[in-house]
Design a protein around this ligand. Structure first.
Ligand code: BGC
Length: 840
């Protein structure tokens, strides 16, 4: 995030939260609403008393969740294809003074460019430092770049090659702007809680889908720059994400309390795939993990990331997520951003001199950073942030970063972002209409899109935040209403994951252009909640959205104003089509069963070509091919404890117990036998597909009780991995080897061409040691294929050893459990016409 210093005096998030302009709006809000604020303030002041009680329980409880200490920090040794870069870095670092090494590890203030972080250099040796910049959905806060479809939209695409193509174009834009490290992709949060504010930045509420799409993204980005995979780890909510200091106490960041089994099979799972894909850097997160801050958590960074996953790159702190000096270095943190109070005055150098820090650790920190710089060709990069002006409102040279060749990909991303979930009476495709009505605040482009110096540099990022939300954030009180973007179509979420589109193709503009071609008469009203409906309308399109942003979690899964609008239109129009631009799960049961509502489309966050893509889908120029990357419940309560963030409840040490284990999203619905409205993997198109011919050819042998299990990193010497030929970057090589395939045939039985997303789910028998979460089906393969009408195609799901393994907490190893593996192939987690099994 941007620097947002000078917090309101009473309650302050210790990490920067809001900038000056925002604060002055807050202050004026507070003075206008004294009558509400004063009682609220009294309540807040009383909270510490309640807190004392909760604290006693909290502390007793916290003892059950602790994070082991894993020292020393595994050193980089140039595993696999990192060896050449490592040798070059080693040579350079061997000539550096301790002061220079110290300097390489920290963020420095550099006002000459717009990089969100600049690391210290060692100019005497030719290392200029690094420009780090947001984020995973495109270059943020500048001109001359593209507004790509967001992570959630790529999740909805279920398309490996599209994820790769998008990342290639995106990486090239970062490079042309002089960025060395693109701060993305996001595979944490995964989406444990339905209302999570940042779920949209990542791909899907499933570790397998995240792992596959995230790995493609890493590969694509790293053709040009270094990817920074974030946020490591179990960073599942925004509420209490940073410590909050009041006058008399500090409320710590929430502690994600996660057991070892869940950690491996859910939260670390995608990170492992992305490290295996070669990720150059990892961002440690704001939360505490089993009581210890993620950026000083030696179990997470030394033990899991650099040990078990044999990560060779560097770990950078999330912005102001560093809370200690020597401890964080010892725990495996390599770079502190955007500045640091712990390492900035040569403290690391002094610690080495005094013996408080091992010299080898400081050498390792610098070597990891410089190795990564060489590994991804950054020694030949443009000057730091050369194309990123620090202030777009001041005169600057324009640097064009967009590639005309990316246009078709950007449109395709927007198309595949859409998931059609209801289509009765063949309402869609629309065909050529004589009269069309268009309603809803989300149909048009917002009426300003210029940098806003009072808020964040781009007004985009907080556009949905009304003052109640801002007030809620600053006082850490849940915000009252799920926010919507009132006057404009939603193409990206808010905060550091937002991007900067060069233009916005709004639905209404694109519909108008189509109306010209089709000679359609359009009536519209984007303002009224009860618009008048011209009786000759053949269809009524209603556009609504659901906004979400970094810093806060959504207070609900639907807003009543939008529901009211939809119901009002449907009351008078018997062919009502609802399009939702949603930055997260949006429930629709307030109206979805109304027979006048004939079609519903989740459009997600399509980026700059939102309208253009939608119109092609509505008119059947292309068939919808997105599938839900999360579960839509019938009502908010269907999500149970996984609906919203856990709260501090007056404690200074908020505790979030992840007691559901691996059963989040669809696994939670399956485990509790709850029927969702629309299940994970679901989505309609304009044709039908028939499944047949299941072939299972998996050759996996159960790991016997007395077998020598493949070793993972053991707490001890830093050479463990180097001497272990079974280990590659990403962990055990064998985990990534194929143990077989599952195949099936699909046939397009309709009369239009369309892409099908065939999905493989396995139900894996539990290992005898892992009894606490009921095993459910889990996604273990998917393939998207375009099939012409009447044609058939074969789909093949390669199955890796990882995909049939479970983490054995006693043996501290991945094992193949013994028993019957159930196999399900089909169109969604609940619609799997082909079933079979294999045994180990
Ligand atoms: C976010 C990161 C982001 C960083 C830099 C932090 O607040 O959590 O995702 O990359 O700011 O803007």
């Amino acid at each position: 995030m941007d620097d947002k210093e000078n917090q309101p005096p009473a309650v302050r998030e210790t990490a920067p939260l809001l900038n000056n302009g925002t604060q002055s709006r807050l202050v004026s809000f507070c003075s206008q609403h004294k009558r509400i604020i004063i009682p609220l303030a009294i309540m807040i002041l009383l909270l510490p008393l309640l807190g004392l009680l909760a604290l006693r329980n909290g502390h007793a409880h916290a003892r059950n969740w602790t994070s082991p200490i894993i020292y020393p920090s595994p050193e980089i040794y140039g595993a696999g294809n990192w060896s050449e870069a490592f040798e070059k870095a080693r040579t350079m670092v061997s000539k550096m003074s301790l002061e220079e090494m110290n300097n390489v590890t920290l963020g420095v203030t550099d006002g000459s460019n717009g990089c969100v972080g600049v690391s210290g250099g060692a100019p005497r040796h030719g290392f200029p430092g690094l420009c780090l910049h947001d984020a995973g959905n495109g270059v943020r806060n500048t001109d001359g770049v593209s507004g790509f479809a967001s992570g959630l939209s790529i999740g909805a695409s279920w398309n490996h090659s599209l994820a790769l193509e998008r990342a290639r174009y995106m990486g090239a834009e970062f490079k042309r702007k002089g960025v060395n490290v693109a701060l993305g992709p996001v595979v944490g949060p995964i989406g444990r809680i339905a209302q999570g504010g940042r779920n949209w930045e990542g791909f899907a509420a499933d570790p397998y889908l995240d792992g596959i799409l995230g790995a493609q993204t890493v590969v694509g980005l790293q053709e040009s720059v270094i990817a920074c995979v974030k946020h490591f780890v179990a960073n599942e909510q925004e509420t209490n994400r940073n410590p909050i200091s009041t006058d008399d106490r500090t409320i710590l960041s929430s502690s994600s309390n996660v057991d070892d089994h869940t950690m491996h099979e859910l939260y670390v799972w995608p990170f492992q795939d992305l490290v295996h894909a070669g990720a150059g850097s990892i961002m440690c997160s704001y939360n505490r993990l089993n009581q210890t801050y993620a950026c000083e958590n030696s179990k997470a960074m030394n033990g899991i990331l650099k040990g078990e996953l044999n990560f060779q790159g560097f770990v950078v702190s999330d912005w102001v997520a560093q809370h200690s000096g020597i401890e964080s270095a010892d725990a495996g943190l390599d770079m502190a951003m955007p500045t640091t109070n712990y390492w900035n005055e040569r403290q690391l150098e002094e610690a080495v001199n005094s013996g408080a820090l091992n010299k080898s650790r400081l050498i390792d920190m610098a070597t990891r950073i410089i190795t990564t710089w060489y590994q991804f060709g950054q020694d030949e990069a443009l000057p730091l942030g050369s194309g990123l002006p620090s202030n777009l409102l001041m005169p600057h040279n324009y640097t064009e970063a967009k590639d005309p060749a990316s246009k078709s990909s950007l449109l395709q991303q927007a198309i595949e972002s859409h998931v059609l979930v209801k289509n009765t009476n063949s309402a869609l495709p629309l065909g050529r209409l004589k009269v069309l009505s268009v309603f809803g605040y989300d149909a048009i482009a917002q009426n300003t899109f210029v940098p806003d110096s009072r808020l964040f540099p781009q007004s985009w990022e907080v556009i949905g935040l009304g003052l109640p939300q801002l007030n809620g954030i600053s006082s850490n009180v849940p915000v009252p209403d799920p926010p919507i973007i009132q006057n404009g179509t939603l193409i990206v979420g808010g905060g550091s994951g937002s991007n900067t589109p060069p233009y916005i193709s709004s639905p209404f503009e694109a519909l108008q252009a189509r109306a010209y071609d089709d000679e359609t008469a359009i009536f519209f009203d984007f303002v009224s909640s009860e618009p008048a409906i011209v009786a000759s309308s053949e269809a009524c399109l209603v556009f609504i959205n659901e906004y979400s942003s970094e810093v806060w979690d959504r207070p609900g899964l639907a807003d009543s104003a939008s529901d009211e609008l939809v119901n009002n239109v449907a009351a008078s129009c018997n062919n009502t089509v609802v399009i939702i631009h949603n930055a997260g799960i949006r429930v629709v049961d307030a109206w979805v069963e109304n027979p006048n509502i004939t079609a519903v489309m989740y459009a997600h966050l399509p980026g700059q070509d939102a309208g253009r893509a939608l119109v092609q889908l509505l008119h059947g120029d292309v068939s919808p091919s997105g599938r839900l990357p999360y579960t839509v419940g019938k009502q908010a309560s269907d999500y149970g404890d996984l609906l919203g963030p856990c709260q501090a409840h007056g404690s200074s040490s908020p505790q979030c117990d992840f007691t559901e284990g691996v059963n989040i999203d669809y696994r939670s619905f399956l485990a509790s036998n709850t029927t969702p409205r629309y299940e994970f993997g679901y989505g309609l198109t304009y044709t039908d597909f028939e499944y047949s011919g299941l072939r299972i050819d998996v050759n996996a042998t159960a790991t016997t009780e007395d077998a020598d299990v493949a070793p993972v990193y053991v707490n001890g010497t830093t050479n463990d991995n180097q001497n272990n030929t079974a280990v590659v970057v990403g962990g055990l090589a064998s985990l990534f080897e194929n143990v077989g395939t599952v195949q099936a045939s699909i046939r397009n039985t309709g009369d239009v061409a369309a892409a099908e997303v065939a999905q493989l789910y396995l139900q894996i028998p539990a290992a005898s040691t892992n009894t606490h979460s009921q095993p459910t089906k889990v996604l273990r393969g998917f393939q998207k294929m375009m099939v012409q009408p009447g044609n058939s195609a074969d789909v093949t799901f390669p199955v890796r050893r990882k995909d049939v393994s479970t983490w054995d907490v006693v043996r501290q190893a991945w094992v193949i459990p013994s028993g019957e593996f159930l196999v399900f192939v089909g169109k969604s987690v609940l619609d799997t016409p082909l079933t079979g099994s294999f045994s180990t």
